[in-house]
Write a protein that binds this ligand. Sequence first.
Ligand SMILES: NC(=O)c1ccc[n+]([C@@H]2O[C@H](COP(=O)([O-])OP(=O)(O)OC[C@H]3O[C@@H](n4cnc5c(N)ncnc54)[C@H](OP(=O)(O)O)[C@@H]3O)[C@@H](O)[C@H]2O)c1
Length: 310
Amino acid sequence: MRYATFDRYGPPEVLSVTTGPVPRPGPGEVLVRVRAVSVNGGELTARAGKVRLVTGNKFPQRMGVDLAGEVVEPGTSRFAAGDLVWGSVGRRLGSAAEYVVVPPERIDHIPAGIDELRAAALLAGTTAITAFRDKAALEPGERLLVRGATGGVGYVAVQLGKAMGAHVTGLASAANLDMLKELGADELVDYRAPGDLGPFDVILDTVGTGLPAVHRLLARRGRMVAIAFDVDHPARSVGYIAAQSIRRHRRIHAFSGDPTAALLAELGRWVTAGAIRPYVDRVFPLSDIAAAHRALEQGGVRGKVVVDLS
Ligand SMILES: NC(=O)c1ccc[n+]([C@@H]2O[C@H](COP(=O)([O-])OP(=O)(O)OC[C@H]3O[C@@H](n4cnc5c(N)ncnc54)[C@H](OP(=O)(O)O)[C@@H]3O)[C@@H](O)[C@H]2O)c1
């Protein structure tokens, strides 16, 4: 099978596609023929070597977190061969491969009517659900700010925020404000010229830079969820998040997503209800995964960049 790999940290060009044996599932594990994976902001950071304290210095390493594909060997009665599933390989990267072995608790059935490319583009929605439902306890009528509102996590978060009844302000680049409107945001704000904003009851920050200024936009009883940190100043931004995570008021919540089948099922319900729609910006074949990374790195992406492995 073919899979994406890299043998040193660096620019997108360090990525290559190589071949190896199809992995063998252990007892209870599921073998999936991967049809699509999306490119996540965090993977660019990992490939560039900006989180090497976590990713280590052993090579070769693999790429890809989420996946949408077809069950080949079910390993459990929850699935049958041929079922279309979505999920992730967890924190150990490697889904950008023609076949992966996953534990059944990391995958679920793709909602009816959604193909694998669109499914891959929706998977970051599990992060938005965790942020709003579990961390911020977002309530109808609350004022919500999504920073990075047309990015991979943000574009689903805007739709979810609206579906949960919030008044949504989105911060995005000027060229993407039309998309933000399509997503249903109530207030469309160019992040390069934001003007006076706030206060907000809930803030989802998917960017990680300049966190104190964003944090100041919270109302007294507000909650902020920070899913990213400033990769150029990691100690400062992670330290800030940690210090603010123990406050009673204006608390910052942080987490590292690891979606379960139950979370995927919840995302599926929002999608089936029509509340969350996929946005695929561009599709690249696996052989062009470096170009897919470059596209996300260049910015301005509307929704998701997806890699097609079919
Ligand atoms: N903790 C977790 O569980 C978790 C899960 C998923 C992702 N993440 C992290 O979340 C981050 C975002 O991931 P992603 O996949 O959504 O990335 P992405 O698709 O690249 O989206 C980032 C968005 O931020 C926008 N942006 C850049 N600078 C901005 C600024 N100063 N103000 C407002 N918006 C700005 C970009 O807009 P333009 O490109 O148009 O400028 C882009 O739309 C990554 O750091 C990733 O590691 C964490």
